[in-house]
Design a protein. Sequence first.
Length: 85
Amino acid sequence: IVAEVEVSGERKEAINEGFKILADYIFGNSASNEKMAMTAPVLQQKSMEKWKVKFVIEKKYTFETTPQPNSKEVNLIQLPKKRFA
């Protein structure tokens, strides 16, 4: 599960803005006011004229139990499981 935002602008500024929005969410700006651990890596991807910035949600959460963000900018996305070496 990832929390994702899309931000416009030059890469550095967009990534910083996206990081701030996501950090606000994981530090408790959710419907349950629950704080979550920061995970690594922070993912970033160019998408047309915007940047997608993503935080991976802690493994202890399911899609159903992940705190719902208060910000409409933050989207929760369930990705297929993958194994990396």
